[in-house]
Design a protein around this ligand. Structure first.
Ligand code: PRT
Ligand code: ZN
Length: 289
C-alpha cells in the first residue's frame, strides 16, 4: 500500500496486560498487519496506519511529543505522566483502580491515619497529588515493581498500587483503605495533529466506535403472540426501537432488537414472562450510526 502524509502512527503496548485486547480491537476494526516477534513498528496492509510497539510507560510522552499521532494506554499512566493529550475514546478494557492498602493488622484504618507514614508506590505523582488534595503529609517512597511486599519488608506502612481482582493484595495480607482513582484503557491523540491526517483519524475513530458499540450489544430475535406486543414493547430498553414483522400465523409476530449485553439475561427473563418465545441471540459485528 502506498504511504502518504495522511499515514497515522499508533502507539500500543508491546507485551503486557493491554496488548491482547488492543490487538483484538484492531482486528474487529478490520485493520490487518503482520505480527513480528521482535517488532518495533508494523505497517498495516489495508489502512494508512503504522503501529509502534512500546512499553506502556513511554506511550503518553510519545503521543504528547507527536512522535505518534495516537496511542492506546491506561488512564493511570496518563495521569501519572501528567501529559497534555486529547482523550478520544474510553475503550472499556484494562480496568483497574489505584488504591491505598495497608497490612490487615495495621492500626491504619482511614486515609487521615496515613499522616507521617511511609507509603511505597510506583505512582509517585498520583499519590502526591492525592495526599496534597486530602491535606495529608505522608512520606512517599518511590519503588519500581513488587510494591505489595514493601510492608512485609518493613520499608513502608502502606502501599499505593493498581488493583484489579484484589488477589495480589489478599495474597500479601493487605487490605484496601481507599481508592485514589479508577482507570481503563484510553485512545489518546497528540494535541497538535497535522491537517492531512485528520480525515484518516476520523475514519479510524468511526471504525473503533462501531466496534466498541457492537461489542457491548447483542441482536435479539423472538416470536410472540400479537396480543403480547404492547407489553413486550414496554420492556424494551428505551434507546431501542424494535422491528416488528408479521408471521404466517397471523396471531404471532416476530420482534428484532439491539440490546445492551449487560442487561441481556434480565431482559430475556422479562421477555419470557411477557409471552416471548423462540428467542435467538446473536453477536453484532459493527454498529455505525
Ligand atoms: O512492559 P510494560 O512497561 O509495557 O508493562 P507493565 O508491566 O508496566 O504494565 P502491565 O502490562 O502490567 O499493565 C499495563 C496496564 O494494564 C496498566 O498501566 C493498567 O492500565 C492496566 N492494568 C489493569 C493493570 C492491572 N489491571 C493490574 N492488575 N496493571 C497492573 N496490574 C497489576 C498491579 O500493579 C498489581 O501488581 O496487577 C497486580 C494486581 O492485580 P490483582 O488482579 O491481583 O488485583
Ligand atoms: Zn510499564
Amino acid at each position: 500500500m502506498k504511504r502518504s502524509g495522511k499515514n497515522i502512527k499508533l502507539a500500543i503496548q508491546k507485551t503486557g496486560r493491554l496488548t491482547e485486547a488492543t490487538l483484538q480491537l484492531l482486528k474487529n476494526m478490520g485493520i490487518e498487519f503482520e505480527m513480528y516477534k521482535d517488532r518495533l513498528f508494523t505497517r498495516s496492509k489495508n489502512f494508512d496506519l503504522e503501529i509502534l510497539w512500546l512499553r506502556d510507560d513511554d506511550i503518553p510522552e510519545y503521543v504528547q511529543d507527536q512522535v505518534c499521532d495516537l496511542g492506546i494506554v491506561g488512564e493511570n499512566m496518563l495521569k501519572e505522566k501528567g501529559v497534555q493529550v486529547t482523550i478520544l475514546e474510553r475503550l472499556g478494557f484494562g480496568k483497574c483502580r489505584l488504591s491505598l492498602a495497608v497490612s490487615e493488622k495495621s492500626p491504619i484504618k482511614k486515609i487521615k491515619d496515613l499522616s507521617g507514614k511511609k507509603i511505597a508506590t510506583s505512582y509517585v505523582r498520583s499519590l502526591n497529588d492525592f495526599l496534597k488534595k486530602e491535606n495529608i503529609k505522608g512520606n512517599v517512597i518511590g519503588i519500581k515493581g513488587s510494591v505489595e511486599i514493601a510492608p512485609m519488608l518493613g520499608i513502608a506502612d502502606a502501599v499505593c498500587d493498581l488493583v484489579s481482582t484484589g488477589t495480589t493484595l489478599r495474597t500479601n495480607g493487605l487490605k484496601e483503605i481507599a481508592t485514589i482513582f479508577e482507570s481503563e484503557a484510553l485512545l489518546i491523540q497528540s494535541p497538535k495533529l497535522e491537517k492531512a491526517k485528520r480525515k484518516n483519524i476520523e475514519n479510524f475513530l468511526m471504525r473503533l466506535q462501531a466496534s466498541i458499540r457492537a461489542d457491548s450489544t447483542k441482536y435479539v430475535m423472538l416470536n410472540a403472540p400479537r396480543k403480547a406486543l404492547k407489553k413486550i414493547q414496554s420492556i424494551m430498553p428505551s434507546m431501542s426501537s424494535p422491528t416488528v414483522m408479521p408471521l404466517a400465523n397471523t396471531e404471532m409476530v416476530a420482534i428484532h432488537s439491539v440490546i445492551p449485553e449487560k442487561i441481556l439475561w434480565e431482559f430475556i427473563e422479562k421477555l419470557k414472562r411477557a409471552g416471548g418465545r423462540d428467542i435467538l441471540v446473536t453477536p453484532i459485528e459493527q454498529i455505525v450510526i
